[in-house]
Structure formats: C-alpha cells, structure tokens
Design a protein around this ligand. Structure first.
Ligand code: AMP
Length: 738
C-alpha cells in the first residue's frame, strides 16, 4: 500500500501543475494556499487533495488536524493506549497509591500527548464513578508525566483506573486510547478516631458518637471497638468490669448503666481483619443522677443498644489488675484485659465465623497466613472430610522448625466447601489452651488451601486406647480425662458448644496429653461417620449426644457434658464402642427408659458415678465442666480414691444370654462364647490358631490374641475371665438402669 502511494506521489511531483490562464493550477495531490505564482506543494503526510486546483489538502480518514495546526501541515492520528500501567501501594501513606505507566507506542506522530485518569468502583459489571471522594495529585487530566498519585481510597474496595492517552486531535474521535487496571489497596489500616462526643444522656444510658480521620464506608469492613468501664473509686479499684462492644457504626447508645456514675469510654477503629488502629480516644461521661431525671425526663427503657452493634464480645471481670500474657495466646485487642490467674480467666466469647458476611474476613482475623514454601509434607496420616491429612514440618524463617499436621482441601472443591473447610481454622484460631488443638496457621492465598495445626504423635484417642487396651492404669486414664475436661471447660467459658465430643475427636501427643479437636462448622452434619439423620433434622452422632439435643436440637454446654460422660466411658473401656452393637434406635429407646451404660471393667467407682451424673436426664442437674475438672483433680490428688472399683457386670455390658453351659462354665466352645458377645467375626481366628476351649483362651497372652488378628485383645481376655468367674446368670439388663 505504502509503496503504491509513494509511486503515485512521484508521478504527481513530476507534473506539479498545469497552466490555467497565467497561473499554474495544482494537480490532485498538490495544493497552493493562495492563487499566487507560488509553486504547488505536495500534500503533506496523511492528507489528500482529490481535485485539481486545491488550496489545501484534507486529512485522510482517521487523521486529523488540531485547531491550532496550520492547514499546511501533516494530519495526525490518535495516540495508542498507554503501556505498562501499574499501581504501587504507598508505604506509610494510608489510602494512597501511585499509578504509573509508559508512553504509548504510537503518539499519533504528535508531541502534545497528555494523559487523563478516571476512577470507578466496580462490583461485577456494575461500575460507578468514584466521584470526588478520591483525590489525584497532580491532577486527573492534562497530565504530562506518566504517573499520578491517588489518595483517599478505601481499603478492600476494588477500584478500576483508566488512563487515557490524548493528543491534540483526540477530541475529533470517539475512540479512546485507554488502559485499565483494577486494584484494591493492600493496606488495612483502620481510620483514626479523632474525637468522641456525648449525644444524649439519661439516668441509665449514654449516647455517644465519634469522628474518624477519613470516610469509612459501611461496607469497608471497618468496625469500632468501644470499651467502657466505671471510673473506679479507690475502694473499688480491685474489681473492674470492662465491657467491650464491637460496632459497625461510629455511634452507639448504651443502656443499663448505673445512675449518676462516671464511665470511662475508649474507642478505636479496627481493620477488617480485626486489628486495632494506631490510636484510640478516651473520654469520660456521666449518667444523670436518679432524682434529677425523674423530674426532667423519662428513664430510657429497654436494653436496646444502638442498631450498629454487631456482637458483644467481652465482659471481662478483672480482679487485681494483674496481667499475664499467655505464651500461646494470639495477640488480640481483648488480650489486654486478660487477668492473670487460671481462675480469673476472662469470659472471652467465641465468635461464630458465620457472623462475618465474608468468611475470608474471619479467617484473616483469627488465623495467620503461612507461605506454602514454609511447609513440607512428609506422609499421609489420616483422611479428613475435605481431603488428606499429612504429617509435616513448618519452618518459618527465624523460628524453630516444628512438627505439624497439614489438613488439605482436595481438588475440585466448590467455594462453599473451601469456606467450610477454612471455618475450622477460624474457630480453632480463637482458642488458646493446653488441651485444645493449636492452630499454627492457614494457607488461603494459594490454590491449595491448608490448615496447619500442632502435630499430635499418638493420633486419635479412640485408636490409641484400642491399641493399648489394658496397658494403662486408672490414674493415667483419669489424667487424660482431666485434660479433656479442662479443654472443654475452656470452650464452655468461651460459650462454644462442641456438639461432637467423642474419643475419635480427641488427639493425643507424645506426652499423652489429650487435646480437643474437630471444630468444623459442618462437621457434625457431614464429617462424622457416626452422624445419623434424626427426625428433628440434621445429622447427629446418636450414641454421644444428649437426649434433648437429639429430640429438639438443644445443643448446649450441658449436652457437651453428656458427651463428655460418654468419652469418660470410652476412655475407661479402652476405646470400646458405646452401647456396643445396639442400633441407634435401641440406644435412644434405652436412654429414654432411663437405662445407662454400665461401668466399664476396672473403672473406679467415683469415675463411674461422675459418668452417671453427666447422663442425668435433666440437663440443669448435670455437673458443669468446672465442677468436672475440680472433681477429677481431687481424684488425682488422692489416688486412693480411685481404688474403689465400680461393680462390673459383664452380663450387662456384653448382654449375655441367660442360659449357660451344663458344666458350670457358661460356654461350650470359644465360638459360642464369641457369638454371645457378638464377636463371632473372630471365631475363625481362634479356630485357625487351634484355640477351641475357654481354658485355652485364658492361657493366651494379650500378645497371642493380638497375633491371631483380634483388635481388642486385652478387653476380650478380661471379658472371658469375667464370664468364667460368673456365678449367677439370671440378671438381665436391669442394672443398666439408674
Ligand atoms: P480430622 O479431619 O480432624 O478428623 O482428621 C482426620 C485424622 O487425621 C484424625 O483422625 C487423625 O488420625 C489425623 N489427624 C488430624 N489432625 C491431627 C494432628 N494434629 N496430629 C496428628 N494426627 C492428626
């Protein structure tokens, strides 16, 4: 094309004009600005003169002349779009980024290119201009340099910036030479609280509001933490009640205050992750005295605290103002108010991750992000609901390498599954206790999400006990139970109801410390193989669950206490299955008829009594976890108390038939015995090993029984002993009743 154009021009130049009268008339492709004797000029670049005698050349299609361009110069095109547009977050500059770009590859052959920047906030396909809330330095139009700084941005909002290159002829075309970039601020600093005001004052209420350094939009994820307490008189100095509210709005009405009392209020903004801002504002305000108000204004009724209240996090009773940082405690704003001694632990409340509109916010708040390069998987150790569980190591630079368990999310997950999977970390991350499995962190920013927890060398408690059947003394078993009870006390103090407390959900480390685990939100419904659908809806592990929770889903710490009783039984019975092979229906019927599990073999009487207390029908009469911990502590302090053994009645625990063999021994053969205890699946193992009489069974060592492939050797053997020692075969299930 270009070559053809050139050829045409050469031909025209060789015959620039033809005579018209005295003056030369220009050929097409040539022009002469005035009818003078001047020579015809070839049309400048990107112009054309189609007729003879042109006094100017018009722009070719797609080319223009700026108003200030003389008509004798070449026409020019629009520039191409700017290149390499990037946004850089400015450190230490809150809400500010710098956009920079490279000049367009094609300036349209002009040297008057400048740039304009526009800003939109987009949600999906819906975009709205940012308006005047966003500031551009040095400006948003006519930019000569290839950068601009943008400030007053809100964190976590998506901004779409369009940088358009313009030159002197851009005005003639509707085409835009623009590059677009969508970005969100990486910083999460909350705004500063600048001032606090008393809006209204009552006898028992105060309304407050506060101003912040910059506009915090309702959906920006910022919240405010308001803490208040009575201003102490000297006599009250050792007892202070702090109330902490987390609010979405910058105002609040607080009711139920004491009349005529000075309160100290402190407010600070929280980032969407729950991190406090750098400043806080403290002010004192006083409620009106009772008399004065009765005459002047009605007492504000109701305990409605401003509409913005999201949740009441903490009511902390601090005695003696001593602080102690728990070395494992996640550092959060509430920690500041923690008291020192075990008994004075704060009533810190568990926050359901569901209260967060965006579950990712909950994760960010409660779990630390770990880079996958710091994690090395070593071996598969289990199968979770969402994927495999690995043993591995965590090596964070500057920290000691630690053994960890790595829960993975299998590929092909849905967003809902990913969130359910990570919800376990959002819950676990809120806990910090010796007997609760500790969260090391999460991987959420990479394709393969992971939950990293401390590694528990001995795995799940039920399997551990089955593998060590009969090998541990009561004292050891009771100290394991004490650990589990302490973990449960901590959870119930936090108002967390576990719902699936069972030995399979307790993990054991190399020191035989037991830790409560399995906190997924959906776990009771989906994860647990023991989960069974009930008529009241949902899936429930029937054998571990209190009757009121089965009947009408009344899950409370008292129903967790029932489950704890079942765990006590599992532990004392070395991992035996509660209610053996009874069907769920039979279990529910038996419980309803006031039957309860009998004491496991060799179970201290005091321990069995505690189990029975945990299984009281009336949940208000069951002991609470603090009572359970105290009682177990007491038993452990005086091991003598474990010496009295509860009655063990294998006729009940193994539901023997009431007929017996003719020779005084209840069974004629090993297989008859095994059948009676519903363990016929082992008949062949015994037969193959040539063990056909009960006497032979009793000669066997645990090891021998294990070697022939029996899973519960010690247990089986002890059952055999008990049966053979049995005199009276007539009892039925009656001792099962309480
Ligand atoms: P879960 O999904 O929590 O039920 O885990 C499945 C299995 O993985 C458990 O039954 C344990 O055997 C194993 N497991 C899970 N977490 C840990 C851990 N922290 N340490 C050791 N083993 C674990």
């Amino acid at each position: 094309m270009e070559g053809g154009e050139q050829k045409e021009r050469t031909r025209q130049e060789s015959e620039p004009s033809q005579k018209r009268g005295e003056l030369a008339v220009c050929h097409p492709g040539y022009f002469k600005a005035s009818e003078s004797s001047e020579k015809c000029q070839p049309c400048p670049k990107h112009t054309q003169a189609l007729s003879t005698g042109s006094i100017s050349c018009n722009c070719q299609e797609g080319y223009y002349r700026a108003p200030t361009d003389p008509s004798t110069v070449a026409c020019s095109a629009l520039p191409s779009a700017p290149l390499d547009l990037v946004a850089t977050t400015m450190h230490n500059a809150v809400g500010k980024i710098e956009l920079s770009w490279s000049p367009p590859a094609d300036t349209g052959e002009r040297d008057d290119v400048d740039y304009s920047v526009t800003c939109e906030r987009c949600e999906g396909d819906d975009c709205l201009p940012c308006g005047e809330s966003v500031r551009f330095e040095p400006g948003s139009t006519g930019l000569q340099d290839t950068w601009v700084s943008v400030s007053e941005l809100e964190p976590h909002l998506n901004y779409t910036f369009t940088v358009e290159a313009r030159n002197g002829v851009s005005q003639f075309s509707s085409k835009r030479a623009a590059t677009t970039l969508t970005t969100a601020l990486c910083y999460t600093d909350p705004p500063k609280v600048m001032s606090m005001r008393l809006e209204d004052q009552g006898v028992t209420s105060l309304s407050l509001s506060w101003a912040v350094s910059r506009r915090a939009q309702p959906n920006s994820g910022h919240r405010y933490e308001l803490m208040y307490r009575k201003k102490e008189s000297d006599s009250e100095k050792d007892v202070t009640t702090y109330t902490v509210l987390v609010l979405e709005k910058s105002s609040v009405q607080i009711s139920d205050l004491a009349p005529g009392t000075v309160y100290v209020f402190r407010v600070q903004a929280l980032s969407p992750e729950g991190n406090p801002g750098s400043n806080s504002m403290e002010r004192e305000f006083q409620t009106l005295p009772e008399v004065e108000v009765q005459s002047s204004m009605p007492v504000i009724m109701g305990a409605v605290v401003g509409g913005g209240i999201m949740l009441l996090i903490v009511v902390v009773i601090l005695l003696l103002h001593r602080r102690r940082r728990n070395p494992h405690a996640r550092q959060g704003p509430e920690d500041t108010y923690f008291s020192s001694s075990e008994q004075l632990k704060p009533l810190k409340t568990y926050v359901d991750p569901h209260t967060y509109e965006d579950p990712n916010t909950a994760i960010l708040k409660f779990a630390s992000e770990i880079h996958p390069s710091h994690i090395a998987k070593q071996k598969v150790i289990g199968a979770g609901e969402f994927g495999e569980v690995y043993r591995g190591v965590l090596k964070v630079p500057g920290r000691k390498e630690v053994a960890v368990a790595i829960k993975t999310l299998k590929p092909g997950y849905t967003e809902k599954q990913r969130q359910d999977f990570l919800s376990e970390a959002s819950i676990m991350g809120q806990f910090s206790h010796q007997n609760i499995i500790r969260l090391e962190g999460v991987v959420t920013k990479f394709k393969h999400a992971m939950i990293i927890t401390e590694y528990m060398e001995n795995g799940a408690l039920d399997n551990y006990l089955r593998d060590h059947d009969g090998e541990m003394a009561s004292y050891q078993l009771v100290s394991m139970l004490r650990g589990i009870a302490a973990g449960m006390k901590y959870l119930s103090d936090m108002n967390y109801v576990h719902r699936d407390l069972a030995a399979r959900n307790i993990l054991v480390n190399s020191n035989l410390e037991c830790k409560v685990s399995d906190f997924g939100l959906s776990r009771v419904l989906e994860d647990d193989p023991e989960g069974t659908y009930t008529t009241s809806g949902g899936k429930i592990p029937i054998r571990w669950t209190a009757p009121e929770a089965i009947a009408y889903r009344k899950f409370t710490s008292a129903s967790d206490v029932w489950s704890f009783g079942i765990v006590m039984w599992e532990v004392m019975a070395f991992g035996e299955r509660p209610y053996w092979d009874m069907s769920n229906h039979e279990v529910m019927k038996a419980i309803n008829e006031a039957f309860r599990l009998p004491a496991p073999m060799d179970c201290p009487s005091a321990v069995y009594q505690l189990m029975l207390q945990c299984w009281l029908q009336d949940r208000s009469k069951r002991p609470r976890f603090p009572d359970i911990v105290s009682l177990l502590d007491k038993l452990l302090r005086s091991p003598e108390s474990l010496k009295t053994i509860a009655d063990f009645d294998p006729r009940v625990s193994i539901r023997l038939p009431s007929t017996s063999g003719s020779d005084g021994s209840p069974f004629r053969s090993v297989s008859e015995w095994l059948e009676s205890i519903k363990m016929s699946q082992y008949s062949e193992n015994f037969a193959r090993a040539g063990v056909t009489t009960m006497d032979q069974v009793l000669q066997m060592k645990n090891e021998d029984i294990r070697n022939i492939g029996v899973r519960l050797p010690g247990h089986l053997k002890r059952i055999a002993y008990s049966i053979l020692g049995l005199k009276d075969q007539t009892s039925t299930l009656s001792v099962f009743a309480v």
